[in-house]
Design a protein around this ligand. Structure first.
Ligand SMILES: [Zn+2]
Length: 461
């Protein structure tokens, strides 16, 4: 028989006694085994329904008084409903143990999970958006809602409502009802979905107001079967609307009052296929996130020497300055390329009515030599620029060929032929082409290109 789940009745239970009913070796790595241990009763929550497992310890005491502490690193449930506690230390069947769960981790999970119930209820109430999935992450939790979009103002409104309900300390009740009663709640729309399984259904109910307590399922047991065609009316009173804020069929662990959820912080939305994903943090996580944001803003303020309120203005100013500098830099580069081209033309006179300006620049980037080559080819007729940049170390050299237009030569074709031996990409037009050449092949490649340009035989070797 699967373990009795003690957290169903009491989510705050942190210590319990139990007997080991089964043990299996789950895996073995490097001579160390990981065991899975079953108990007759357990307060450990196994990973399910979007909520991660508990961790903790199983403690066995030998007749001699010696204590064995087996850390529980994971808890899983199998298809038969058994909870398996994963531990590196074996515990024999029949051993009496004391179980202790890590309360900090459990409370954190309960805060995020209960917060999700509250938020899902409010997103449905306010926007008619149903929750299609929930993920409780290590750092942040998310709910996916079946809606097109959510405005920032709607998000802020729901965050405010959630925190108001937290402050009211409304009861969150967990109770089990026969599946027939749950079915009626489903038909009346009070329950939005039901798990597909036989047997009793566990309801988690957030009260509609602080004083009334959670209603659903409370009086259902005796009131429903065959007595009232109105269904939900039998639960809430004839014709009365659902007075609970939320009724959910859920097997997870929850806090007993909305006040224990603590602060609710919505972090943003993201469009995921047909739904909108909302990120949120509850309780201690919300405080930790606010603390981290605070530290980040302080750091940025120091970095820019302004108060945090002045950060947007400071960043806008820097952005403007950066844009202006980039524009000025481009103008200077173009001016420089023009002067540079004029000097190169003077340095390399015409030979047989053709000027080839051949240079390797270890300190200029590929973009600049491209600009320079185009200016060289334009600065004087009968001129071909054959330039390379080796600025990027451990990377292929960038080679540019640019031809004065009236020469009628195809720079792209010439470069393609010269680079055919390499896999380096090349591309460009008839007057300007650029490609990549392995650095150790740069000189022979330029030799071959120059020979081709001067219509001389390609040098051997
Ligand atoms: Zn739940």
């Amino acid at each position: 028989m699967p373990a009795e789940r003690l957290y169903y009745a009491d989510s705050g239970l942190t210590q319990f006694t139990a007997t080991v009913t089964d043990i299996r070796e789950r895996s073995r790595t490097g001579g160390a085994s990981l065991w899975q241990v079953a108990l007759d009763r357990s307060a450990f929550y196994p990973t399910s329904g979007g909520q991660p497992h508990d961790t903790g310890t199983l403690i066995a005491t030998a007749p001699s008084g010696a204590r064995l502490e087996a850390p529980v690193v994971d808890a899983e449930e199998d298809e038969h409903g058994e909870i398996w506690h994963l531990t590196p230390k074996p515990l024999l069947a029949g051993t009496q143990i004391e179980g202790r769960i890590d309360w900090g981790r459990r409370l954190d999970h309960m805060q995020q999970h209960s917060g999700q119930h509250l938020l899902s209820a409010l997103f449905y109430q306010e926007l008619g958006a149903l929750t299609v999935s929930f993920h409780l992450g290590d750092a942040i939790s998310t709910i996916d809602l079946n809606t097109e979009s959510i405005e920032q103002a709607q998000l802020v409104n729901i965050e405010q409502r959630a925190n108001a309900i937290v402050a009211e300390g409304r009861p969150i009740a967990q109770r089990t009802v026969p599946s027939a009663d749950a079915e009626i709640l489903l038909q009346s729309g009070t329950l939005r979905k039901l798990p597909v399984r036989a047997g009793d259904i566990r309801l988690v109910v957030i009260a509609g107001n602080p004083a009334a307590g959670a209603i659903a399922g409370k009086t259902a047991a005796g009131a429903i079967p065959g007595q009232d065609a109105g269904g939900a009316g039998a639960i809430y009173g004839e014709g009365a609307p659902n007075p609970d804020l939320d009724v959910n069929a859920c097997g997870g662990t929850h806090v007993a009052s909305t006040s224990q959820i603590g602060a609710v912080l919505l972090r943003g939305t993201e469009r995921i296929r047909q739904s909108v994903r909302v990120s949120f943090l509850c309780g201690n996580r919300a405080i930790a996130a606010a603390r981290a944001d605070d530290a980040l803003l302080s750091q940025l303020g120091r970095e820019f020497s302004v108060g945090r309120a002045d950060l947007p203005a400071a960043l806008a100013r820097i952005k403007g300055e950066t844009k202006a500098s980039a524009k000025e830099r481009q103008t200077l580069r173009e001016d420089l390329a023009n002067y540079h081209a004029a000097r190169l033309i003077v340095e390399d006179p015409l030979q047989n009515d053709l000027r080839i300006v051949r240079r390797i620049f270890p300190d200029r980037d590929a973009e600049y030599i491209k600009l320079l080559a185009s200016r060289v080819a334009r600065a004087a007729p009968h001129t071909i620029a054959l330039l390379a940049s080796t600025q990027q170390q451990q990377a292929p050299a960038s080679v540019v060929v640019a031809c004065s237009q009236e020469l009628g030569r195809d720079a792209g074709q010439m470069l393609r032929t010269a680079l055919a031996a390499f896999t380096g990409r090349d591309g460009g037009s008839a007057t300007l082409a650029q490609g990549l050449v392995p650095t150790d092949q740069l000189d022979p490649t330029l030799d071959a290109l120059e020979a081709q340009l001067r219509n001389r035989p390609v040098p051997a070797g």
